[in-house]
Design a protein around this ligand. Structure first.
Ligand code: SAH
Length: 451
């Protein structure tokens, strides 16, 4: 793709019209930052209009967008403009780029326990959100904590400057999962799902003790990924151990441990390691047994590798229970296999209606299957976030009387540390879908403000 095509595509992926994107590039040139282009889609006319007609920014923004075929992006633009101003942006000479690459990196806390976690004593965090940012609708956005520099600053800037809550699930269960969550939920009076999940490998899977060598000092598993170690690798490890002394030489131990850590391998026999089974992952992640059963094994690993750690998310969502004793209406973006819904269900929060947007056929099948077996509310399924228009959102808002929760974690393909090939940040093809979360959330907020 030429640079121009790529920029047009990024802008279209963010919800702008192709015409608007083309005009912006004609005006500014193709070499400028994507952020400049976003700005320029409204800026020139805005200055002109506001000087000549002396009308408010709000009206102007709407008019600008009307000239690009509809006023729907206006709210999006206005929000981002406000955000930039609040965040510093150009006014302070700090030119932000859309992928945030000029921003300061967001420091990750150590230990990564978010605002609070059960069993951790720490100074209690208080936060007071401005009235316009509090729910309903409550929103909850998730992505990988270790994203390229500036990504979280950008996500935060778009989501009302709310600071992310970074949590590593290893503080709550036996497996690591470092994630950032931006949400406007209260953070007081949270309660964990009971029973609390096991926190160590042996508590979770006592039978692995039998073959676990004394020099494998792991007590917890690393982050569960979307793919697993090959049979070739586990065979190679077996051969290396078989031809070693007992205990093996340091160098062999080091090699084996390195692979075990990378692949979350467990000891299933003498000199024999293997990846976790999908049902073991389901258990570690807080899903019911066999949740993903019926899919091909590769698909099961993929879906599980991408999903929420249910206990972690449930801890954050638990505050909804007293607020909505009669249940919640949920807009679920990038539903996957339904980590958010499983969390609500396990909390005993009734879902009156869920509008679920998920493109993956296999994920949809799993989610629909779980829903039919466990829920009595209304489920509406939509394939693609890009096809969820503002008008459709307005109609859902009037049908259900608004959404109580907008929940989702957009794809991390271009952010995750292990992806060396197209780790191109928030503007990457998949990760740019974040902007649809932002667009859709704003559309819900505006529609709800009107009713
Ligand atoms: N939170 C989910 C997983 C999110 S992973 C869970 O608990 O399981 C991101 C999801 O976004 C994947 O399931 C992927 O299939 C979906 N996705 C990717 N592109 C999409 C699009 N354009 N519209 C809707 N969903 C999409």
């Amino acid at each position: 793709m030429s640079e121009k095509d790529e920029k047009i595509k990024s802008l279209v992926d963010m919800g702008f019209s192709e015409d608007g994107a083309n005009m912006a590039i004609t005006r500014c040139g193709v070499d400028v930052d994507l952020w400049e282009l976003v700005d320029s889609i409204s800026a020139p006319q805005m200055t002109e209009d506001s000087h000549s007609r002396n009308i408010s920014d709000h009206q102007v923004t709407d008019q600008c967008f009307d000239s690009f075929g509809g006023g729907k992006k206006a709210r999006l633009m206005e929000e981002s403009k406000k955000k930039r101003n609040r965040y510093g942006g150009r006014a302070q000479g700090n030119q932000p780029s859309l992928d945030g690459s000029h921003d300061e990196p967001m420091p990750l806390p150590n230990p990564m326990i978010g605002f609070n976690l059960p069993g951790y004593l720490q100074p209690s965090v208080t936060r007071i959100l401005p009235k316009q940012d509090t729910g309903p609708p409550f929103f909850y956005y998730e992505n990988v904590a270790q994203a390229p520099k500036g990504v979280w600053a950008t996500i935060s800037r778009f989501l009302y400057d709310i600071q992310p809550e970074f949590v590593d699930s290893k503080h709550l269960c036996a497996t690591a999962r470092k994630r950032g969550y931006i949400h406007n939920l209260p953070i007081e009076n949270r309660s964990p799902l009971l029973p609390m999940p096991p926190k160590t490998i042996f508590e979770a899977f006592p039978h692995y003790k039998k073959w676990w060598p004394s020099w494998d000092l792991r007590t917890q598993l690393n982050c569960l990924r979307t793919n697993i170690a090959s049979a070739k690798l586990t065979e190679r490890i077996g051969r290396a151990l078989a031809s070693s002394d007992s205990p093996p030489a340091r160098s062999v131990q080091k090699y084996v441990m390195n692979e075990c850590r990378k692949g979350n391998l467990v000891w299933i026999g003498k000199n024999k390691v293997a990846p976790l089974e999908p049902e073991e992952m389901e258990y570690l992640l807080g899903f019911p047994k066999d949740h993903t059963r019926g899919l091909g094994i590769t698909e099961r690993y993929k879906s599980l590798g991408n999903t929420f750690q249910v206990d972690t998310v449930a801890y954050h969502l638990s505050v909804l229970k007293v607020m909505f004793p009669n249940g919640v209406n949920v807009l679920s973006l990038f539903t996957g296999i339904g980590g958010g819904e499983v969390a609500l269900h396990r909390l005993g929060i009734h879902m009156k209606a869920v509008v679920s947007v998920e493109i993956g056929k296999a994920n949809k099948r799993i989610f629909r299957g779980w829903w039919d077996q466990t829920q009595t509310g209304t489920l509406i399924e939509i394939d693609d976030v890009k096809s969820l228009t503002d008008d459709t959102i307005v109609s859902f808002v009037s049908r259900f009387g608004g959404f109580d929760l907008v929940i989702g974690g957009s794809p991390c393909n271009n952010l995750a540390g292990c992806n060396r090939y197209n780790r191109d940040g928030l503007e990457g093809e998949q990760s740019a879908l974040f902007y649809h979360y932002f667009r859709i959330l704003n559309a819900v907020k505006s529609a709800m403000a009107r009713i």
